[in-house]
Design a protein. Structure first.
Length: 786
């Protein structure tokens, strides 16, 4: 809705109090934290959804972002910020003796995603609203988001179910009139599909409020419901469990988020989830398109559909089916329309993460779609008879190939990743379709990742250059001259110090971690994966510990090594890395010789809220993946924007961060993607690397000897054996770059300048810039504000 429809007459507080009474059933005096945040959310939602759509909306091109994951975290603070309601809300809380910050923290963190891919989707929706691009996000309303992580006494990961939706969400408005029936299984013929089973996809709408409240888009998430609530005949016969069976089965589809973003579970339920939300989204999109009164042939002029990775790739055969079987269009016309409407974002080159579904399973669940995949392949083979690239190959449906063939545009998420896509997984298809692949480097929303999460820095920046940067992040460049001013530089250093003091207080209170804000806060927070190389970081920690013990009176830069991140429950090696980090922390933190200059902490249950706390307080950003493996990264951007220089490899968007902030403001180490490939071909590369570096050898020896407890054989054997991710081979240069960071950090003014230049030159990493790129190059969509 348009900006002028946002009610600004100061009645927000009254609306909150009314919701407290009518929806939570309490007076302000009785309200608990939970009551307050829910009443606030309801009042915010009323504002965001009030008013009619502008007439031109009917003619505008509409973007639809289909994603298995939306890692939205907490929503309230972001919404209040974007609506400029934080001051009024603070005053309201003060009037009633409620603690504003505690109220915000009472909202559960909605972890409807695993990591970067899901967080990107959340940033994109916010930017789409901020830019006034009419858009819908489509996904699943998971009852249980990503598992809660804790550590047992030995420091091993333990998992517990997450419960964000148990008491319902005030953000999610059920839209009963827009329910869809989704079939599964059964048989197919030339006339169509006769599913054997069906479930109801029930949408709930969550508002996505843009900056200034200028526009609000919708995140529409589907819950699975049974067609029949329960079987009355079985119930009456006394079979109570059996009577509820169908309901339980149906609800299973939206029960849990698959706890991994890089290894698809080869399970029927996962494919069911993918088809469930994709099919529901397509029906909803077509229904809206038809309600707008457009002719089917104009679909690509009015609708763009983005597939966030291959999880919604079944959209290709499903859209063709909806146009042919259900609307009577000829196959070739339907395919041509689908190809002009669909676009695909690739997020990974890791072979184990490229989805392929066994054709037996696919055909059993989606028989008509398997036929259509074959017809899509046949059409492609006719158009390109010389080179055969088929989606159905090797007994499986290759979802990457299917997405590529059926898409108008295919994009990578950083310059390096896009080039590697062209050279590796999609080399053949790129040759057949030159120009279809393009790059859109990821970004992050500056509202959440600066304005809201780092109010001190946001205030300092606004004081220096005004507040235009919030919606136009390139304006941060205007900070550069201020960095020459000693007063400003001191204030900038003061912001970081204050953020570190806050974080230290929180870590002490919540996690019993003692942290000295005078130390360098060296932070690695992200999913635990061998390619992200947390084990390189902890090995360097061990080596540093040993070096300090050897020379306790040396001139060491005090460091706190902070870790956060979850491992997929079935990823044994990643869980051993967690166990090792916690075990090293125990030994190192207890060492009286080193503890004043080296501390290690692993904070449990990393999520969006924790990222918002940690990033503003970070001094150094660890982005140390094996070159060629991290498609982009977005954590790296958040850190740079908040004034933490990167310790990183030439991987993903690190390359572009370094180009922009300047090589002298980035701690580069390690092999390039090309060198990685060559090094891997060297026989015994890991053993050679260990032999060549006495520090590395000693660190590995300490682990092998059980200095941190038993059970790390798999890690030791890997680092001295196959070491596919080249931890050992990159160690020596990593150590060198870390000591370089020590030297620079010891010079307060030099470090502050480097941090300041990272901030001033990171404006390009706004997701507003990314979304403008998608709008212009992929969707052909325009802002309603223009
Ligand atoms: C930004 C973010 C990520 C992505 O981090 P990378 O370092 O790019 O992998 C993952 N999880 C959360 C909670 C985030 O906020």
């Amino acid at each position: 809705m348009a900006r002028d429809l946002v009610n600004t007459n100061g009645s927000f507080s009254t609306e909150v109090e009314r919701h407290l009474q009518t929806r939570q059933g309490v007076s302000p005096g009785e309200a608990r934290l939970d009551d307050w945040w829910r009443a606030l959310a309801l009042a915010v939602r009323d504002r965001a959804t009030a008013g009619a759509s502008p007439a031109r909306l009917a003619e505008a091109k509409e973007v639809n972002y289909l994603s298995m994951e939306f890692l939205i975290g907490r929503v309230l603070e972001d919404a209040l910020t974007n609506l400029h309601l934080t001051d009024e809300t603070r005053a309201l809380m003060d009037r009633h003796g409620a603690d504003y910050d505690a109220v915000l923290r009472a909202e559960p963190d909605a972890a409807l995603g695993n990591g970067g891919l899901g967080r990107l989707a959340a940033c994109f929706l916010e930017s789409l609203s901020t830019l006034g691009c009419p858009a819908y996000g489509y996904g699943i309303l998971y009852e249980h988001g990503l598992f809660k992580q804790s550590f047992d006494e030995d420091g091993r990961q333990a998992e517990a179910p997450e419960t964000w939706l148990t008491d319902g969400s005030p953000w999610a408005l059920r839209r009963m009139a827009r329910r869809q029936t989704i079939g599964f299984g059964g048989t197919a013929s030339d006339a169509g599909w006769y599913p054997a089973d069906a479930v109801i996809a029930e949408p709930s709408d969550l508002p996505v409020i843009g900056w200034d409240g200028a526009w609000t888009n919708t995140l529409r998430l589907f819950s699975a419901r049974p067609v029949q609530p329960f079987d009355l005949a079985r119930f009456n016969a006394g079979d109570y469990a059996g009577a509820a069976e169908e309901e339980a089965l149906a609800r299973t589809i939206s029960r849990v988020l698959y706890p991994d973003d890089t290894t698809p579970e080869g399970q029927e339920l996962r494919l069911k989830q993918e088809f469930f939300f994709t099919a529901a989204a397509l029906r909803d999109i077509l229904a809206r398109f038809e309600e707008r009164g457009h002719a089917l042939a104009t679909l690509p002029d009015k609708v763009a559909i983005q597939l966030n990775d291959t999880h919604p790739a079944v959209a290709a055969p499903e859209l063709v089916r909806l146009l042919t079987d259900e609307r009577g269009m000829a196959f070739d016309d339907a395919l041509a329309l689908a190809q002009k409407t669909l676009n695909y974002t690739n997020h990974t080159l890791l072979p184990e993460a490229l989805e392929r579904w066994d054709e037996g399973l696919f055909g059993r669940l989606l028989p008509r779609h398997l036929d259509i995949v074959d017809r899509i392949d046949a059409a492609h083979a006719r158009a390109h008879p010389k080179r055969k690239v088929a989606a159905r190959a090797d007994g499986a449906v290759q979802m990457g190939v299917l997405s590529f063939i059926a898409a108008n545009r295919v994009n990578g998420v950083s310059a390096l990743h896009t080039e590697l896509m062209k050279e590796t997984v999609f080399a053949d298809l790129n040759a057949l379709h030159p120009g279809r692949i393009l790059n859109q480097t990821n970004g992050v929303t500056p509202r959440r990742w600066m304005q809201t999460c780092n109010p001190r820095l946001a205030g300092l920046i606004t004081g220096a250059i005004g507040d235009g940067w919030v919606a136009d992040l390139d304006q941060l460049q205007g900070l550069e001259p201020h960095l020459e001013d000693a007063g400003f530089a001191e204030a900038l250093a003061g912001v970081k110090r204050a953020n570190k003091v806050d974080l230290a207080g929180w870590m002490a209170a919540e996690h019993g971690v003692k942290a000295d804000p005078a130390m360098m806060f060296d932070v690695q927070i992200k999913r635990i994966h061998e390619y992200k190389r947390q084990h390189l970081n902890i090995l360097e920690t061990i080596a540093l510990w040993q070096a300090i013990k050897d020379a306790p009176n040396g001139d060491w830069t005090p460091r706190l090594k902070l870790f956060g991140g979850k491992a997929a429950p079935g990823y044994v090696f990643a869980k051993e890395i967690i166990h090792l980090i916690n075990s090293v922390a125990k030994v190192v933190n207890a060492d009286p010789v080193t503890r004043d200059v080296l501390q290690v902490a692993y904070l449990p249950n990393y999520n969006v809220s924790m990222a918002e706390r940690l990033i503003p307080a970070a001094d150094l950003s660890e982005q140390i993946s094996t070159a060629g493996k991290e498609a982009s990264g977005t954590g790296n951007m958040k850190f740079a924007l908040n004034g933490a220089p990167t310790m990183g490899t030439l991987d993903g968007a690190n390359v572009e961060i370094r180009e922009r902030v300047g090589a002298e403001n980035f701690f580069l180490f390690g092999m390039t993607a090309d060198e990685v490939v060559r090094r891997r071909a060297v026989a015994g590369h890991a053993a050679k690397a260990v032999k060549a570096d006495a520090r590395l050898a000693a660190a590995i020896r300490a682990v092998r000897a059980g200095m941190f407890g038993a059970g790390f054989d798999a890690i030791v054997d890997n680092l001295t054996g196959p070491d596919y991710f080249l931890v050992s081979s990159d160690f020596t240069d990593y150590w060198r770059a870390q000591r370089e960071a020590d030297r620079v950090y010891a010079d307060d003014a030099g470090w502050t300048r480097m941090a300041g230049l990272n901030i001033a030159r990171s404006g390009w990493f706004s997701s507003d810039r990314t979304i403008r790129g998608y709008m212009a190059d992929i969707w052909g969509a325009e802002s309603l504000f223009d």
